[in-house]
Ligand binder design. Structure first.
Ligand code: HC0
Ligand code: SF4
Length: 557
């Protein structure tokens, strides 16, 4: 369809949801503060005003495009109106930018600068607001602009609704259910509310000081980096074409005192290998099927809360984070002759729930500190070292080798694909076919040469997961193995990833991860010879007693 925008005729998609989205796709980003999650249209902030057909001024997020429509996105009147909105928002905002996690990334701050707001014609409104720093997710309502994006993300994407609006007028605030602390609600700590918060009202607990303290105390500090982290570091440092970014980070971490840096993708190979064997054993015994993946801690908490009858269906293999932690503390400590108590293991993850996972009693002592990608970026930037100038260094061996499969864990379908690769290596497979069933749900059908068929589902978003598990329960759907990742597009969209963390950025990250993957010469986890060495030395074989002791767990809740 063709419309006239700012005096120029342009072509937009016929099925665009609204003018805001249609123009975004052609390079015009209309200012907005409540449309990051791209869930339902809310129209709360009024920043996305446009003039239509020379008359009305309306919000573009609620405006349906039609052929020949004449739109102005930026007139003197609209400019003044947007300034007024910003001033009103700033009057009820604490304005403590220097100590805000979003400093430099906050949309309110960005617009205040772009609209030249050095003074405010409105007086500051003082209001009582809630601050809660007790959980992995830190809340400071003094910074909240009531855009409601967090509420919609939690409700519409995750299907949880752990937070909502309470009170009216000036007293209005976003609070967890029954005004409890977030950790005492049904929140699964996925951090998607944080990912879509345009200001710093929702942030993640910062654990960087703990790392420096460990270095200062002379501890043997070991780092380990998750697959999805490397996909977003490149975007942060303007290194989009640099497949060596993670190598540069390894080197920089050593410069500041890390003794070793391992790759969580190594453990992803191990977990896929173990999980594939676990699946085949369940098939043989005909029990606990479908098998659900358990490497996403947000999903595990979700399953425990809403589907306790399926807890035994969760794979008992620990997540790669916890498995690698356990291996390092149990076996590697012996190899280097360091008491596990003197090892401080720092895991660098795209995920907020990984901080919570490391604190679960099942995994006590496996991993000591979890930093998000954003915390890692801060560490790197605070050194003043230009990461582009740092020579890359490989991950340390023996836990530095990974296959393309291991790395693919970072995006949706990666775990399932890796398990299928292992099955493919173990038995004769006739065909593998994947098709998209809906946004966030894909089906992989594996036909074995004995005629048997294995159906695998890959699901992202907990709202989708709820639909799928219900359908499996009611017999409306069938599957043998199900991968669930809490965040849209998988870990690359984790709540700890750099801002912006929107749909387009996530799609870009998936592409980058694919490129990074492609330089790995090993394709399947089965080819990871360092993994086999680990079996030879310590774990014997998949599902052995030793393996159960170290890299399996039992979810009890
Ligand atoms: Fe993921 Fe993981 S792939 S959960 O998405 O399985 O966070 O990147 O590290 O543990 O490997 C996150 C990413 C991990 C784990 C791995 C899995
Ligand atoms: Fe909802 Fe996830 Fe935020 Fe918890 S962390 S409030 S579950 S979006």
């Amino acid at each position: 369809m063709r419309i006239i925008v700012n005096g120029r005729e342009i072509e937009i998609r016929d099925d665009a949801r609204n003018v805001l989205e249609a123009l975004r796709e052609v390079g015009i980003e209309i200012p907005n503060l409540c449309y990051l999650s791209e869930t339902s249209v809310y129209g709360a902030c009024r920043m996305c005003l446009v003039e239509v057909d020379g008359r009305d001024i309306v919000t573009s997020c609620t405006l349906q495009p039609r052929e020949g429509m004449v739109i102005k996105t930026h007139t003197p009147k609209i400019y003044e109106m947007r300034k007024g909105i910003l001033q009103l928002l700033l009057a009820s905002h604490d304005g403590e930018c220097t100590t805000c996690e979003m400093n430099g990334k906050c949309k309110l701050q960005k617009y205040a600068q772009e609209f030249g707001l050095t003074t405010n014609r409105f007086e500051k409104i003082s209001k009582k607001t809630v601050t809660d720093t007790s959980s992995v997710i830190v809340r400071d309502n003094g910074k909240c602009i009531l855009c409601g994006d967090c509420v919609r993300a939690c409700d519409e994407i995750q299907g949880i609704a752990a937070i909502d609006f309470a009170y009216r007028g000036f007293e209005a605030q976003v609070v967890p259910s029954f005004e409890e602390k977030l950790e005492n609600t049904e929140c699964v700590l996925c951090g998607q509310c944080v990912a879509y918060c345009p200001t710093g009202a929702l942030a993640i607990r910062n654990d960087v000081d703990k790392v420096y303290k460990a270095i200062e105390d002379g501890k043997y500090v070991i780092g380990m980096i998750a697959p999805a982290v490397r996909a977003s570091l490149q975007e942060e440092f303007g290194l989009e074409d640099d497949v060596a970014t993670s190598g540069r980070v390894v080197s920089l971490l050593k410069m500041i005192g890390f003794k070793k840096v391992f790759d969580v993708a190594f453990a992803a190979d191990l977990v896929a290998y173990e999980e594939a064997h676990e699946f085949l054993e369940r098939v043989e015994k005909g029990e606990k099927l479908p098998q659900f993946t358990s490497c996403c801690p947000g999903w595990v908490k979700f399953a425990e809360q809403y589907y306790p009858e399926y807890i035994s269906h969760l794979s008992s293999v620990k997540s790669p984070q916890m498995a690698l932690g356990a291996i390092i503390k149990k076996f590697y400590s012996r190899e280097i002759g360091v008491d596990p108590k003197d090892i401080v293991l720092v895991s660098i993850m795209p995920c907020t729930a990984k901080k919570f996972e490391a604190e679960r009693e099942e995994f006590e002592g496996n991993v000591d500190i979890v930093l998000t990608t954003r915390e890692l970026v801060k560490v790197i930037k605070s050194t003043g070292i230009d990461i582009k100038m740092v020579d890359p260094e490989p991950f340390d061996r023996p836990y530095g080798l990974s296959s393309q499969s291991g790395l693919s864990f970072g995006k949706t379908g990666g775990v399932l694909g890796s398990v299928v690769n292992v099955i493919n290596d173990k038995m004769s497979v006739k065909s593998v076919e994947t098709k998209q069933l809906s946004e966030g749900v894909s089906l992989t059908t594996v036909e074995l040469s004995n005629g048997k068929v294995v159906k695998g589902l890959a699901v992202f978003g907990l709202g989708n997961a709820r639909k799928i598990v219900d359908a499996l329960k009611n017999g409306e759907m069938e599957a043998d193995v199900v991968e669930v990742m809490a965040c849209n597009y998988g870990c690359i969209g984790g709540g700890g990833q750099p801002y912006p963390n929107d749909v387009r950025t996530r799609a870009r990250r998936a592409k980058i991860l694919k490129e990074v993957q492609s330089i790995d010469v090993l394709i399947s986890p089965t080819e990871n010879f360092h993994m086999h060495q680990l079996y030879e030395k310590y774990l014997e074989k998949p599902l052995s007693h030793a393996s159960h002791e170290v890299i399996h767990t039992l979810y009890k809740h």
